[in-house]
Design a protein. Sequence first.
Length: 157
Amino acid sequence: MVQAGAAVTEELMFRGLALQALEQRWGSRAAIVITGLFFGVAHLAAPGAGAWSALAIALEAGVMLGAAFLWRRSIWFVAALHFTWNTAEQLLGIPVSGHTPKGLFTVDTQGSALLNGGTFGLEASLVPVLIGVLLAVRMFVLAARSGGLRPRRLVQR
C-alpha cells in the first residue's frame, strides 16, 4: 500500500499537474527537463541521498516517466510503471530511494556504489540510469510519432 500511495501521489504531482501545466506554457521538452530536475531534487531528502542520486533519479525516473506520460498520455500507466519499479525493489529487499524495506531477501551490497547504488539503492546505480535514459529516448520518439509532443506556446504581445 505504501508503494501504491507513493507512486500515485508522486505521479499526480509531477506528471499529472506540473508536467502538463509547464507543457502548456513551454512545450513538452522543457516540461520534461524541469519536472525531471524537480523530481530528483525532491528525493534529496531521502536517507543516503546526494547530488549523484538526485541526478540519477531525475534521469531514470523523472525523464523516463515523463516520456512515458507523453507517449501514452495516461497518468495511470505512468503510476503503474512507478509502482512496479518500487515494489520490485522492495520485494527483493533493495533499498528504495534510501529506505530499506523488509523484502523477500536480505540484500548486502558490496563493491562500487556507482554500480550498486550504495545505501540509496539501485536507483543510484549507473546501470538503471543508462537503461532509463535509453527507454526514455525510445518513448520520446514514440510520443513524437503519435503526436504526443506539444510545442512551446508563443506569447502574444
